[in-house]
Design a protein around this ligand. Structure first.
Ligand SMILES: CSC[C@H]1O[C@@H](n2cnc3c(O)ncnc32)[C@H](O)[C@@H]1O
Ligand SMILES: [Zn+2]
Length: 425
């Protein structure tokens, strides 16, 4: 299938925004700008008064937690997890994971996300089904909690997920290992995960250094800060996506650089759980890959990546009193290009010939986009994700003219509400 997007304002990798055409052949961008004269389009999309950007990459979420949106708010992380979230998660069934992830897929596509890194469980196969039918790209990890009696079984489930799904859905699904955090995974368990991941060549997705309490308890229990402690188990050897990374010192940053750990910054969740402000400007200065994530919809409380771009652009300015702390283009790149890097998605995250055709079109018709001196600035500071008009992944339209093409939205809302009613009755 060949698609031609005509006359859009296009965000190029160098940050410029010319009016250009985008030619797509099958799953890849064939050309941006000069489209070959002999290019035959099966479909032409009028991109006039639209801003074309690479799809957002949600670098850290728990998709099925959409079911717990507004269930537990205004609490600190450990109270929220221990008193509210873990007890209700213990009631989740396989179908619940499915409908929660379906609800997440609706929300993600509608707000311009084309890829997401998910850590959850059990039954991540059900999330893989959702990736398959929705057309999204998913990097899936089975969440691993080592203090549970079935921790070895969970590790085997993560290995089976890798063996059965890594590269599935025409390559749109990839799999990582998902140790939840150092405070739920004792060192021997982290070592086992490291060995298994190494044997399979898999990467790791973990929560790191999220709260002051995590650092203090780690120092008390192991005599080391979280990054030094986890590094000593070998977990970082094979490639790591580390969510949060809020409380870091120089030694932590050296370890992040040494292992080329990619950071998923979650500004909305960090603010709502009152966890703190990650040192993002410093991490960027040090050349570390910093992506953006929403975290789950129970700590955010949505999966809208444009919110995270806007929060990242704003919160570091007020925290450092420096208006250049995270400029608009950097925030947009954190939500797109750097997200793709963080998830090890090859040829994703930039609008350039040869890359995957994961493209989002924002309608620029409306007050928030008028007048337009600078489309990147409008995106980072003014736009709403309700102006997303079209979403393409691997050259296939998942949303066109504001309508979802792969999912039955009303049915999904109905089923998700039914699950929530059962969980809370
Ligand atoms: C074992 S599956 C993943 C596990 O993580 C929980 N979770 C959601 N948000 C956070 C967060 O910000 N920090 C730590 N853990 C979090 C989720 O509820 C699942 O139990
Ligand atoms: Zn999380």
């Amino acid at each position: 299938m060949n698609t031609l997007i005509k006359n859009a304002i296009v965000l190029l990798p160098d940050g410029t925004t010319p009016v250009a055409n985008i030619a797509v052949i099958d799953d890849r961008i064939a050309a941006v700008g000069d489209v070959p004269e002999n290019f035959q389009a099966d479909k032409v999309i009028d991109g006039t008064q639209h801003f074309a950007i690479p799809g957002f990459v949600n670098a850290h979420t728990h998709a099925s937690m959409t079911l717990l949106r507004s269930y537990a708010d205004d609490m600190k992380l450990m109270d929220w997890l221990e008193q509210m979230i873990w007890p209700i998660e213990a009631k989740l069934r396989s179908d619940d994971i499915y409908w929660g992830a379906m609800l997440a897929a609706v929300e993600m596509i509608r707000s311009g996300t084309t890829a997401f890194a998910d850590m959850y469980g059990p039954d991540m196969e059900r999330v893989a089904e959702v990736v398959e039918v929705s057309g999204l790209r998913g990097v899936l990890s089975r969440g691993l909690i080592g203090v549970a009696p079935d921790s070895d079984k969970k590790l085997e489930e993560n290995a089976a997920l890798y063996e059965n799904y890594h590269g599935a859905a025409q390559g749109r699904i990839t799999v990582m290992f998902g140790p939840h955090a150092l405070y739920t995974c004792p060192p021997d368990y982290l070592k086992k995960i490291a060995a298994k991941a190494q044997a399979l060549g898999a990467e790791v997705h973990i929560h790191m250094s999220e709260t002051v309490g995590e650092i203090e308890n780690c120092l008390k229990e192991y005599g080391k800060r979280p990054f030094a402690h986890v590094a000593s188990t070998g977990l970082f050897e094979n490639g790591t996506l580390a969510a949060h990374c809020v409380h870091l010192d120089d030694e932590d940053i050296d370890i992040i650089k040494k292992y080329q750990i990619r950071v998923a910054h979650n500004p909305g969740s960090n603010m709502k759980l009152a966890s703190g402000t990650a040192p993002v400007p410093r991490l960027l200065e040090e050349g570390i890959c910093v992506a953006l994530g929403t975290d789950g919809a129970s700590s955010n409380n949505n999966l809208d990546m444009l919110d995270e771009v806007q929060l990242a652009a704003l919160m570091h300015k007020v925290h450092t009193l420096d208006p250049l702390a995270v400029p608009a283009l950097t925030a947009v790149k954190m939500g797109t290009e750097y997200g793709a890097q963080a998830l090890s998605l090859r040829d994703v995250g930039r609008l350039q010939a040869g890359d995957k055709a994961d493209i989002v079109l924002f309608s620029m018709h409306g007050a928030a986009w008028t007048p337009c001196y600078n489309p990147v600035s409008l995106l980072a500071y003014a736009a709403k994700s309700s102006s997303v008009d079209a979403v393409m992944v691997d050259g296939k339209l998942l949303m066109e003219n504001g309508a979802l093409t792969t999912l039955d939205e009303e049915h999904i809302l109905f089923e998700a509400q039914k699950v929530a009613d059962r969980l809370t009755k």
